[in-house]
Design a protein around this ligand. Structure first.
Ligand code: NAD
Length: 251
């Protein structure tokens, strides 16, 4: 079960120390995958690659800006020339902003969509032709409970909109490539213990947690576990699906 030996997995947004990206890359590496750690900051990438290699895993670090098509294509080309195949893409890179519609400018909306939606599109498009040729691929996107029920103070309205867009994109693509050996699925986490919501104060986090039936925030490995399942060979008949990981906050 869940053997990722000989699988190459790109995980975008895997540079942060405590994020969902590195938790996912770490889990896939422990299960045998060669993981590509990519993010904006080279030092963060290097630290995370070192940590994975020190724990016996296989990892390559590449700088990536998901909003820049050249950067995306360069990263994908490097992975392909290094390993000859790309089996898994996990689109984790994302940003949020604590703001309300009243104070939001169009530029805020564009900045969030640029990373959260257009970045997913660019990375997905870049691996798709390779996966089609291989007749094998696993694409996993990270949406959010905010995209399904609104995130309130978490993320902002543009964040919720971008995450709803990611969900629709994933389902459409799943239909487009069904029958070509490629599955496309989405995870929709609730409030997870990472730095993304660090602008929220204790009181605001408390209010959000009060709304979670399990009474706590999720851990990054709890999201990584669902992603690893969707990326596995065992999930071969699952596509266009979404897995909620939210402690019951949206049933
Ligand atoms: P995080 O801030 O730890 O990770 C996000 C990563 O994306 C960072 O390392 C950041 O540098 C990277 N990134 C941002 N812009 C980028 C760009 N242009 N190119 C490449 N990388 C870029 O936060 P996280 O909580 O681990 O978030 C990971 C994903 O999970 C995001 O898409 C987020 O929206 C989603 N999510 C998080 C939560 C939560 O509660 N933490 C809930 C639902 C969904």
């Amino acid at each position: 079960m869940f053997d990722f030996n000989n699988k190459v997995a790109i995980v975008t947004g895997s540079g942060s120390k405590k994020g969902i990206g590195i938790a996912t890359a770490d889990m896939l590496a422990r299960l045998g995958a060669t993981v590509v750690i990519c993010d904006l900051n080279q030092k963060d990438i290097d630290d995370n690659v070192k940590a994975i290699i020190e724990s016996g895993g296989k990892a390559l670090g590449l700088k990536l800006d998901v909003t820049d098509e050249n950067s995306v294509n360069e990263m994908v080309d490097k992975v392909l020339s290094e390993y000859g195949h790309i089996d898994i893409l996990v689109n984790v890179a994302g940003i949020s902003q604590k703001i309300t519609v009243e104070y939001m400018e169009l530029e805020d909306m564009k900045r969030i969509f640029n990373v959260n939606m257009y970045g997913v599109f660019l990375c997905t498009k870049a691996v798709l032709k390779i996966m089609k040729k291989q007749k094998y691929g696993r694409i996993i996107t990270v949406s959010s409970v905010a995209g399904k029920r609104g995130g309130g103070i978490f993320g902002g309205p543009h964040y919720s909109a971008s995450k709803a867009a990611v969900l629709g994109f994933s389902k459409n693509l799943a239909r487009e490539v069904a029958g070509e050996g490629i599955t496309v699925n989405c995870v929709t986490p609730g409030l997870i213990e990472t730095d993304i919501a660090k602008t929220l104060n204790e009181k605001e986090v408390g209010l959000l947690v009060k709304d979670i039936p399990m009474g706590r925030r999720g851990k990054t490995y709890e999201v990584a576990g669902a992603i690893a399942f969707l990326a596995s060979d065992e999930a071969s008949y699952i596509t266009g699906e979404e897995i909620d990981i939210n402690g019951g906050s949206h049933m």
